[in-house]
Design a protein around this ligand. Structure first.
Ligand SMILES: C[S@@+](CC[C@H](N)C(=O)[O-])C[C@H]1O[C@@H](n2cnc3c(N)ncnc32)[C@H](O)[C@@H]1O
Length: 216
């Protein structure tokens, strides 16, 4: 993702500070689990296009976005702040360092949207569907929770399905061409809420792949 306007970042972070959770300054607020129906997490939330839409559509669900680049997450938090969204928070971190960040079995859904495919074999370990990241998701997902994967990248998609199966996950649903328009009644499902990258790839008429995996 291109990072522009770095000079504005301190100002954006200051403005949107109330939407950040800093694990170094306190433990995970338990009221997020008790006050909401579900808690859902997007790993690699980018500029927050997906998460802000989800949070607006589902006010009884709490949304958390994780992003490793501060310049990018500053924009995600500012977008949510400008839209007066309350059921959303952001964490600036790398998911690889987040095993103890959330209570075990606290997440209902984890979204991996257009994750970096890291095509070179020597970089497999960085893929967000690598076993070392799946271990984090397994730890924080509820027993009946799900992981949703959406991408335009066919080799990454196939590799991810294999990685999930090898790790004992059950693939519940696979769609090799997600419809542009959601079926009636499904408009607000994560599968049909378009992310920033998705909008870009759809303009190029690329097929979008989606899968749902569960722990059993
Ligand atoms: C290709 S972008 C997709 C952004 C957004 N999900 C979308 O669909 O528009 C992938 C994002 O994941 C972030 N990311 C990659 N690896 C990460 C990690 N280990 N922890 C947290 N964020 C990560 C990147 O910084 C980048 O912003």
């Amino acid at each position: 993702m291109r990072i522009r306007g770095k000079d504005k970042v301190p100002e954006l972070l200051h403005k949107s500070a109330s939407l950040f959770f800093n694990p170094e300054q306190g433990s995970f607020p338990s009221e997020w689990l008790t006050a909401y129906h579900h808690v859902e997490l997007e790993v690699g939330c980018g500029r927050g296009t997906f998460l802000s839409q989800m949070a607006s559509h589902h006010p009884t669900t709490f949304y958390i976005g994780i992003e490793k680049f501060v310049e990018i997450i500053a924009r995600a938090a500012t977008l949510a702040l400008d839209q007066h969204i309350e059921n959303i928070r952001f964490i600036h971190t790398d998911i690889g360092r987040s095993l103890d960040l959330f209570p075990p079995e606290s997440m209902h859904t984890i979204y991996l949207n257009f994750s970096d495919p890291w095509p070179r074999r020597r970089n497999e370990i960085k893929r967000l569907t690598h076993a070392r990241h799946l271990a984090v998701y397994r730890h924080i997902l509820q027993k009946n929770g799900i992981l949703e994967l959406k991408t335009d990248n066919s080799p990454f998609f196939d590799w991810s399905l294999q990685s999930l199966r090898k790790d004992g996950w059950v693939i519940q649903d696979v769609d090799y061409r997600v419809a542009d328009l959601a079926p009636q009644g499904e408009e607000t499902r994560g599968k049909y809420i378009q992310t920033e990258y998705e909008q870009k790839f759809r303009r190029l008429q690329l097929p979008i792949f989606h899968a749902i995996a569960s722990l059993n």
